[in-house]
Design a protein around this ligand. Sequence first.
Ligand SMILES: CC(C)(COP(=O)(O)OP(=O)(O)OC[C@H]1O[C@@H](n2cnc3c(N)ncnc32)[C@H](O)[C@@H]1OP(=O)(O)O)[C@@H](O)C(=O)NCCC(=O)NCCS
Length: 327
Amino acid sequence: MIGLRVAGTGSFLPERVVTNEDLSRTLDTSDEWIRTRTGIVSRHLLDPDTPPATMGIAAAREAMGRAGLPPDAVELLIVATNVPEELIPGSAPFIAAGLGLHHEPPFFDIKAGCAGFVFAMAVAGAMMASGIARNALIVGIEALSRFVDWGDRKTCVLFGDGAGAVALTAAGEERGILGVSLHGDADKLGLLRIPAGGVRLPASAETVASRKHFLQMKGRGVYQSAVTMMERATLEAAERAGISLADIDWLLPHQANLRIIEALVRRLGFPRDRVLVNIDRVANTSTASIPILLDEAVRAGTIGDGDIVALTAFGAGACYGTVILRW
Ligand SMILES: CC(C)(COP(=O)(O)OP(=O)(O)OC[C@H]1O[C@@H](n2cnc3c(N)ncnc32)[C@H](O)[C@@H]1OP(=O)(O)O)[C@@H](O)C(=O)NCCC(=O)NCCS
């Protein structure tokens, strides 16, 4: 048990909404195909001229405001993202600068595919438990619209942009992280990747011409692994927490595909009405998916004091995991 409190949540979705109908005007796809295969109806996309960090800054400000955490009290900032603001120095320094964290707290990025936010929760919890920080800010932020090939119907329809944040503060043993299960399956690293732009294959005229800077995905392979990964991690985290699945009040799965979520719920035998979903409106926002969902549920009053909440995700790597919290 790691004693901590989610003292505040926040989220930001770009103003521009793009529906399946909008996409079908320029792409060989249809609302019917996207809706029935994925559950997605629309997504928010960031304007090309807006720096993505602004989304994370907005979400973090909201979380800090609700937590009553002023900038100079932040002792740790972790940013979960797959496509950082710049390769060097990543995203965290840009968000720290935007938040005015002038007292030089530690900040860094975590890259763990779409499971990045769940990994960041576990890392922040462990750092808080070890006394490195008494409070922490975690931001999940993604602007994958900049890295999907808008001519590739197999990938581009799936993703949206956004950011979510939580402010954590130290608390007694009555609430906090009850159980964690994190995993990585490197045999599956080929399922989701952006092959060029890193040190293995730096940008060149050839990599641009061959479209290697765009996200490549083996959709069927991801689909098949996702369900068993989240199932394994959730069962393990519950066991480590010493609870049964029936004790979990709310399950917040990564919003990648409604059919994946429904298959997971069936396999776990978990009640569907206790599973939170917003994929229809936001699509897959990668590391931002769970904190956005969490913020919406907190603001709607769905999640209440003492509730047991399970966050589960999978993604590139393949990284996957579940964190179970008592709210
Ligand atoms: C992407 C996904 C929805 C595709 O569904 P699928 O049933 O596996 O579909 P397939 O990729 O086998 O494609 C089936 C057909 O639909 C077509 N198709 C793919 N995308 C399409 C689209 N947007 N519109 C219309 N047709 C489309 C394909 O071209 C293919 O046609 P073909 O048989 O003539 O070649 C599904 O595999 C999935 O959700 N995977 C997981 C993705 C994910 O979670 N990614 C993020 C991880 S964090």
